[in-house]
Design a protein around this ligand. Structure first.
Ligand SMILES: Nc1ncnc2c1ncn2[C@@H]1O[C@H](COP(=O)(O)OP(=O)(O)O)[C@@H](O)[C@H]1O
Ligand SMILES: [Mg+2]
Length: 319
């Protein structure tokens, strides 16, 4: 249903996204997870034809976003980041206005507005001014606007940001209902949100995909333990026993066939424990020779923690 190939967007000297490639089957709900500035909004704006990529292609329902944008827009409902609502319009008037802007004729407009209000549970506030609604209700109006005309693809940019926990829960439930029989991409910065709502997750950071998979796959990988490889020279069994006793270490395996007094060890450690310096001092402190030491490529948890940590920095910086 959605196909992105090497999508790249460069603003002057800023590379907003760098070669994003992914596919989304019909009916899937993709969680787009990443810190501020990762490139989530940029990607969504390309898919919804608001901006053109600098390089790469994307298709929605078989239509190219660059050359067949009218076809693409007709099939997509889009909730932009910080949805720009008209505060001095009533809910019904705003939705009719948006339906007209999407090109629906008068007869269809009323029907689409009514359906959208029913599906998002806002018929009871149809005559109220948007500016007088709670944030949760305003977000429902934004979602109602996105589903006008019953598009098969929904693109929702941070739909729960700025809401209180009760409102987050309501909006999440609503998205789950709306995701039924639709293909959805939603961006978020919250890992639990992704596992509650999504069938698939892409984690992006600095415009690149750093991890992707089902929430189950990610969760199981997020729980995987750390691994350090060491090559050392010394009495192999003594070294193994010594390494095994270090705090945080859960297992030591002699990996390659010992060659004289040299062995390669695979050291497993509890997640979050960095055992590298303890390993180094245990070997060197015992008078053995440390020939190589490195931690295995980042685990998904490390990647995710890094992503979240940089987001916190950004938020603290902004606060
Ligand atoms: N219109 C623009 N002009 C210049 N830089 C932009 C523009 N839009 C986004 N960027 C930059 O592109 C990067 C990605 O931004 P964005 O897609 O908004 O990330 P996210 O939605 O994940 O927070 C950021 O570094 C941002 O500053
Ligand atoms: Mg954004």
């Amino acid at each position: 249903m959605i196909k992105a190939r090497s999508l790249t967007k460069i603003y002057g000297t800023t590379t907003a996204i760098a070669g994003l490639t992914f596919d989304l089957e019909a009916g899937e709900v993709l969680g787009f997870l990443g810190p501020n500035g990762a490139g989530k909004t940029t990607t969504m704006r390309i898919l919804t034809c608001y901006i053109q990529p600098t390089e790469g292609q994307a298709e929605v329902a078989g239509f190219d976003v660059a050359t067949q944008s009218a076809e693409v827009r007709r099939r997509i409902g889009y909730l932009p980041e910080g949805v720009p609502l008209y505060h001095d319009m009533t809910v019904r008037a705003y939705l009719k206005f948006m339906a007209a802007a999407k090109g629906y004729g008068r007869a269809l407009r009323n029907e689409y507005v009514q359906n959208a209000m029913e599906q998002t549970g806002i018929t009871n506030v149809a005559g109220r001014l948007i500016g007088h609604l709670s944030k949760g209700y305003r977000q429902r109006v934004g979602l109602a606007q996105a589903i006008l005309g019953d598009p098969k693809v929904l693109i929702l940019d941070e739909p729960t940001i700025g809401l209180d926990p009760a409102q987050v829960h309501e909006i999440r439930e609503l998205i789950k209902q709306m995701a039924h029989k639709r293909t959805v991409i939603l961006s978020t910065h919250i890992l639990p949100e992704v596992s509650m709502t999504c069938t698939r997750v892409i984690i992006i950071n600095r415009g690149r995909i750093v991890a992707q998979g089902t929430p189950e796959k990610l969760t199981s990988e997020l729980q995987s333990e750390g691994m350090t490889r060491v090559v050392a020279k010394g009495p192999i069994n003594d070294m193994r026993v010594k390494l095994d006793a270090l705090p945080g270490v859960t297992g030591v395996y002699v990996k390659s066939k010992p060659d004289g007094n040299v062995a390669e060890f695979e050291i497993k450690s509890r997640r979050g424990a960095d055992v590298r310096s303890a390993v180094a001092s245990a070997i060197v402190g015992s008078g053995w020779e440390l020939l190589e030491l490195h931690s295995e490529g980042m685990t998904l948890e490390e990647i995710f923690l890094k992503v979240i940590a940089s987001e916190k920095e950004v938020q603290e910086y902004a606060a």
